[in-house]
Ligand binder design. Structure first.
Ligand code: SF4
Ligand code: SF4
Length: 332
């Protein structure tokens, strides 16, 4: 089965779950450990519309987290000390009207704040002071840059994105990011095609050398991530006739050593409308936590979610292939 049919099955969770069966053979059930991160997806609006986007984000999307959900996220952080990190994603989270308020209040609560930043959003109206804002509030900034060459990056993200991204990185360097101090900027690279990422260490070294030599740009870490076979990337795989081949590649590269560090074991993902998921990918597939009555951020009890069985389907092979893949890059 491939393409839309496979996606329908993933959404409905009705197919035999090959991933769960594979995990069961080496590990038993995949369960969460203690939750320490609240990952908040504030909406699907983005200034870009990248070919691989697992959120299907674009400028025309209208899903935006309402005020009561933003407030509930902050209330949850305030009452649960175990949630040490707020991880803000989208879309382009910075264009959400409450973005800066969310950052400021989470920092006042003493939380580590990590922002998933596409760099080009700095060129949007009223956003050119973002680097200063990030620096003033000590955010860790995780920037998407599919590859250190212009050709590969623009092929995936659109013409001119590479140049704009480099300008964004220079602006972050100018306020102190990437200099080995407390202001941390990370790059996220992903393959521009239906293959697995290269070794993270090698790509980090090559990217560091290239960006420093050619552009005088510095960064702290580079994370490699695997393209997930869902949403826009799955549609592209389908059109290219590569869906089954890619799924097979991921499955064959299954690496049990990745299981202990899967991000779903320690985070909770909140969607723009306040529903709770095991991760951002499950959120996009509407694969609900607990497989039954779905909790929302308004009634979230993270202790009750510790040790839960994680909802999986075959897209999860994207997280366990090779060196593994998570929001923080390779995991094995
Ligand atoms: S991949 Fe990131 S930058 Fe590109 S459309 Fe999706 S959310 Fe926006
Ligand atoms: S997609 Fe990855 S992070 Fe999400 S539930 Fe599956 S294995 Fe966990």
């Amino acid at each position: 089965m491939s393409g839309p049919a496979a996606l329908r099955v993933l959404r409905g969770g009705r197919s035999p779950n090959r991933f769960a069966a594979r995990v069961a053979r080496v590990h038993g059930e995949l369960r969460a450990s203690d939750v320490d991160t609240l990952q908040v997806n504030v909406g699907k609006r983005c200034n870009q519309a990248c070919r691989h986007c697992h959120v299907d984000a674009s400028p025309s999307r209208t899903e935006v987290m309402p005020d009561d959900v933003v407030d509930a996220c902050l209330d949850t952080l305030a009452r649960d000390d175990a949630l040490r990190t707020l991880d803000i994603t989208g879309g382009a989270p910075e264009i959400h009207p409450r973005f800066r308020d969310l950052v400021v209040r989470a920092r006042e609560l003493g939380r580590h704040v990590l922002v998933r930043h596409n760099l080009t959003v700095q060129g949007e109206e009223t956003q050119d002071d973002l680097p200063r804002f990030f620096a003033d509030h000590g955010c860790e900034v995780v920037c998407s840059l599919p590859h250190y060459t212009a050709e590969a990056t623009d092929r995936q993200r659109g013409r001119g994105v590479y140049e704009a991204s480099l300008e964004g990185l220079k602006a972050l360097n100018a306020v102190g990011y990437g200099r080995g101090g407390s202001l941390v900027v990370d790059l996220v690279a992903n393959p521009v095609g239906a293959f697995l990422p290269p070794a993270q260490q090698d790509l980090e070294r090559d990217t560091r050398e290239y960006l420093e030599r050619q552009h005088g740009i510095a960064f702290d870490h580079l994370f490699t991530i695997t393209n997930m076979p869902i949403a826009r990337f799955a549609q592209w795989l389908d059109r290219a006739g590569l869906h089954d081949e890619y799924m097979e590649r991921l499955e064959q590269a299954f690496n049990p050593a990745t299981l202990p560090a899967l991000m779903c074991r320690t985070l909770i993902s909140v969607s723009w409308d306040g529903r709770i998921y095991d991760c951002d990918f499950n959120q996009m597939l509407e694969l609900a936590v607990g497989n039954g009555s779905q909790p929302t951020i308004h009634d979230l009890d993270t202790r009750a979610l510790a040790n839960r069985i994680i909802q999986t389907a075959d897209h999860c092979f994207g997280c366990t292939a090779g060196a593994g893949s998570s929001c923080g890059g390779a995991i094995a």
